[in-house]
Design a protein around this ligand. Structure first.
Ligand code: FAD
Ligand code: NAI
Length: 451
């Protein structure tokens, strides 16, 4: 261990970036601690993000199938299916507890010390966690992100009227009308949960299309499918303020380009306009660190910051705010600290929206690829896929974007009930530099969606 330091590695934050970095560092023989201020480990993802949202998406999908009569065409008549929301929340909480407890077990097994409390830099090698001052040769900042606030719209999760994603995961009853501000991933996933459970859902999106960053055709098709499911989607609209009275909210909206304002009444408003890096309270100035213009910590390819011995990973640095991106960076960062060669291929990080159907993509959009050079695009609808047709599950398509000359795959976009699973094949293909022909010549079992 490094002389004169309490630890070889101190990780700040125990989300998918931090807990993975800490465990990998310990496995590589480094004396490691992880500071976490929450009462449970696992960060946003396990406590109030990926895991509880997927639990609610799964349960609400089962409820919608059972209660909507959708199964009748398969000869399954379910009469009187009813919602027990408390039980749904309880099962979600159980999954969260098992998984956050699992990280605590892994910390003990790998001898990672959990320093309970929020950390604040005293110098580049010294950090205060609660009342305790500790030193480390290497410090990894993995403090994640929090909801971006919308001026004029104050979130109060306890009042259950204007909420953020954390509040929307624990609503005690199904709202009659849920208005989601932001047609991004959170808005559409959590909007889907409450729509399936019986709410009328309106999505107010500032831009002309939902799901920014995704392939244009995917955005257009998704919007069509969401509208068919019952979502009201108001694009090109901005929220200018919100008031609450008698347990309801009144939103003032106007066209994004300017124009006459109007009001929308809602039982619950979900603010989901993006997330921003968690850096408040870290006293980064004492470590000699500055933020970039987007409020992120800059790093090099190895996850080193500008301050020697300080590293950063996950939502607090640039790139997509995704759990698997943070995890991959956690492993690579720990390996670099241990003088191995940790690499993350940021060109091949999939993103999945866990709605029904799911929406997934990896690599370049058609628009971005076209801007870089000549491409060819192949598209196949699930309407023509045997398994999808058999399952009466034909919404969506697969789109493969390849370089026109080399045929190398540049991007893959999928809308399908199984898109999140199918995209893994595209990731492997791209990671190995496959051509579209390589994928086509690979035998796929029949009948599968992957075919
Ligand atoms: P975080 O998970 O945010 O963890 C950071 C931790 O650091 C927190 O526990 C925090 O308490 C702690 N911390 C902060 N400051 C300090 C400090 N000073 N001292 C000590 N501890 C500190 N991503 C996906 O890939 N798939 C999904 O399905 C998905 N679903 C999501 C659903 C929702 C509702 C939300 C909000 C996010 C979702 N995400 C999803 C995004 C994902 O949760 C994040 O990308 C991921 O958690 C980032 O990991 P991280 O380790 O960088 O930070
Ligand atoms: P987002 O960036 O996906 O979407 C925010 C949306 O709000 C955008 O469409 C934006 O144009 C819109 N917007 C911004 N300001 C607005 C305003 N004033 N009025 C109306 N619309 C406005 O952010 P979101 O949904 O909050 O999610 C945050 C992050 O969490 C995402 O970056 C995502 O990576 C991550 N996440 C990932 C999930 C997954 O992988 N399945 C699930 C949930 C979250």
């Amino acid at each position: 261990m490094a002389d004169n330091f309490d630890y070889d590695v101190l990780v700040i934050g125990s989300g998918p970036g931090g807990y993975v970095a800490a465990i990998r560092a310990a496995q590589l023989g480094l004396k490691t601690a992880c500071a976490e201020g929450r009462e449970t480990l696992g960060g946003t993802c396990l406590n109030v993000g990926c895991i509880p949202s997927k639990a609610m998406l799964h349960a609400s999908e089962l409820f919608a199938e059972a209660s909507s009569g959708a199964l009748a065409k398969f000869g399954i008549d379910i009469a009187g299916a009813s919602l027990n929301l408390d039980q749904m929340h309880a099962e979600k909480a159980k999954a969260v507890k098992e998984l956050t407890g699992g990280i605590e077990y892994l910390f003990k097994k790998n001898k990672v010390e959990w320093l309970k409390g929020y950390a604040s830099f005293e110098s580049a090698n010294s950090v205060k966690v609660g009342d305790r001052s500790v030193t480390a040769k290497n410090i990894v900042i993995a403090t994640g992100s929090s909801v971006t606030a919308l001026p004029g719209v104050s979130v109060d999760n306890d009042a259950h009227v204007i909420v953020d994603s954390t509040g929307a995961l624990t609503l005690p009853k199904v709202p009659e009308h849920l208005v989601v501000i932001g047609g991004g991933v959170i808005g559409l996933e959590l909007g889907s949960v409450w729509l399936r459970l019986g709410a009328k859902v309106t999505v107010v999106e500032y831009l002309d299309q939902i799901l920014p960053g995704m392939d244009e055709e995917i955005r257009t098709e998704s919007a069509k499918l969401f509208k068919k499911q019952g979502f009201t989607i108001r694009t090109g609209t901005k929220v200018t303020g919100a008031t609450t009275a008698n347990g309801k909210a009144t939103l003032t909206v106007e066209p994004a380009k300017g124009g006459a304002s109007e009001t929308i009444e809602a039982d619950v408003v979900l603010v989901a306009i993006g997330r921003r890096p968690n850096v408040d309270g870290l006293a980064l100035d004492k470590a000699g660190l500055l933020l970039n213009a987007r409020g992120q910590i800059d790093t090099d390819h190895d996850f080193r910051t500008a301050a020697p011995g300080i590293w950063a990973i996950g939502d607090v640095i640039a790139g997509p705010m995704l759990a698997h991106k943070a995890e991959d960076e956690g492993v690579a960062c720990a390996e670099n600290i241990a003088s191995h060669t940790g690499i993350v291929n940021h060109a091949v990080i999939p993103s999945v929206v866990y709605t029904m159907p799911e929406i997934a993509g990896v690599g370049l959009t058609e628009e971005a690829a076209r801007a870089l050079g000549e491409i060819k695009v192949g598209k196949f609808p699930f309407m023509a896929n045997s398994r999808a047709k058999t399952n009466r599950d034909t919404d969506g398509f697969v789109k493969v974007i390849a370089d026109a000359k080399s045929d190398r795959v540049l991007g893959v976009w999928i809308i399908s009930s199984l898109a999140g699973t199918l995209i893994a094949e595209a990731c492997i293909a791209m990671e190995f530099g496959a051509t579209s022909e390589d994928i086509a010549y690979t035998s796929h079992a029949h009948p599968t969606h992957a075919e």
